[in-house]
Design a protein around this ligand. Structure first.
Ligand code: G3H
Ligand code: 13P
Ligand code: NA
Ligand code: ZN
Length: 311
């Protein structure tokens, strides 16, 4: 069934596991994610960025959002596993309203680059509108920047736990993304991967709500190697290792945002297939290995985060 993201995350919070939230831009990634979810009997959170909404709608974000809702609902309505659709990093008020209007189950208002009181005001506005129509809301505190790159200024870019408590009381958001040292993309750490566990622990103690880890991709080595065997150059790429992810789940993370790992799995499979099948031009065939690799990464992640058999 198609569900509210809040329902998936409150269960995860009570039972100490996390659900991966997978970014999509098109049908093929959605199919691969759904296959992984069915195989693992796991709840699923599908998310799209504002950029994905514009891409799918050929420049019209409301049209894109409506297409995503139709696609996701079509699968969700006919399957036993709970599936939610979430707007990731909503920054533009009109885009957030478009997602709500189109029928998303939750939205993120990302005003984390603004001063605290402005972030609170922008978040409150969205919470009021979203909650009136049964849509749940995620917000973010702190900035996504690797600790290693910001040794000196770590205090100023990572979440302040006391602020987090104040923020959720003021805004009434349903889940919160505290910055604890991750960053988006395939190049997260220059040296050793390291997150601020103490900060995460404090935020959980003070808010006791579902927490979200952004920039959580692991940069799966097997996929990097396959992609590089067939022409890619991902030198210097590094993600959040599995054991660190597991520790963040133990400390209270319940939603684990994942985009980069799926993109890399897809390109690994696509490159491999095209290299080995120079006469093929049917997209249903040349995307087969790519989708298989995305499904594998999805399944592995659902298992690791503890959401397998929680549907
Ligand atoms: O947080 C960013 C997501 O990985 C999606 O980014 O704007 O490239 O779609 P995007
Ligand atoms: P990754 O780039 O680590 O996959 O992070 C995705 C994300 O945080 C989407 O909001
Ligand atoms: Na999000
Ligand atoms: Zn993110």
């Amino acid at each position: 069934p198609y569900v509210n993201t809040k329902d998936i995350l409150e269960k995860a919070n009570k039972e100490y596991y996390a659900v991966a939230a997978f970014n999509i831009n098109n049908l093929e990634f959605l199919q691969a994610i759904v296959e992984g979810g069915i195989e693992k009997k796991s709840p699923l959170i599908i998310e799209t960025s504002e950029g994905a909404m514009k891409y799918a709608g050929m420049g019209d974000p409301l049209r894109g959002a409506s297409l995503f809702v139709k696609m996701v609902r079509e699968f969700a309505d006919s399957l036993d596993i709970p599936i939610a659709l979430h707007l990731d990093h909503g920054k533009n008020f009109n885009h957030i309203i478009s997602a709500i209007k189109a029928g998303y189950s939750s939205v993120m208002i990302d005003a984390s680059d603004k001063p605290l009181e402005e972030n609170i005001k922008a978040t409150k506005d969205i919470v009021r509108i979203a909650h009136a129509v049964g849509v749940s809301v995620e917000a973010e505190l702190g900035k996504l920047a690797g600790i290693e790159d910001n040794v000196v200024s770590a205090e100023s870019v990572l979440v302040n736990p006391d602020e987090a408590k104040y923020f959720v009381e003021e805004t009434q958001v349903d889940f919160l993304a505290p910055a604890i040292g991750t960053s988006h993309g395939a190049f997260k750490f220059k040296g050793e991967a390291k997150l601020d566990y103490d900060r995460l622990k404090k935020v959980k103690e003070l808010t006791n709500m579902p927490l979200v880890l952004h920039g959580a991709s692991s940069v799966v080595q097997e996929m990097v190697e396959i992609a590089e065997n067939y022409g890619a150059d991902f030198g210097g790429s590094k993600g959040v290792p599995s054991d660190i992810l597991k520790e963040t789940v133990r400390l209270g993370i319940n939603k684990v945002n994942t985009d980069t790992d799926l993109r890399m799995a897809f390109i690994a499979g696509l490159r491999e297939f095209l290299h080995n099948n120079s006469k093929e031009f049917d997209p249903r065939k040349y995307m087969k290995t790519a989708k298989e690799y995305v499904k594998k990464v999805v399944s592995d992640r659902l298992e690791l985060l503890g959401s397998a058999n929680k549907a």
